[in-house]
Unconditional design. Structure first.
Length: 77
């Protein structure tokens, strides 16, 4: 399954919202340096879908706030 997200790095508090178009808005405390924010985003998405962190991959947007993630759900295995 693919999901679109929009990331706000270096936020004061972490949050996760989903709009009616299916785009997730994630705020993380980690900075956008050395892949720290991307790693935290993968952790949040994996806990959201109750899957392992290795089953979440960033497909597009590694250095961009708008990202496309691949999420391997348990049914897809």
């Amino acid at each position: 399954m693919y999901i679109r997200i929009r990331v706000q790095a270096e936020s004061k508090k972490e949050s996760l919202l989903k709009n009616n178009k299916g785009i997730y808005y994630i705020s993380v405390r980690e900075p956008a340096l050395r892949n720290q924010a991307n790693k935290r985003v993968c952790q949040i998405v994996s806990s959201l879908f109750n899957i392992k962190e290795k089953d979440v991959r960033i497909i597009n947007g590694h250095q961009n706030p708008s990202k496309l993630l691949s999420v391997k759900l348990k049914e897809e295995v």
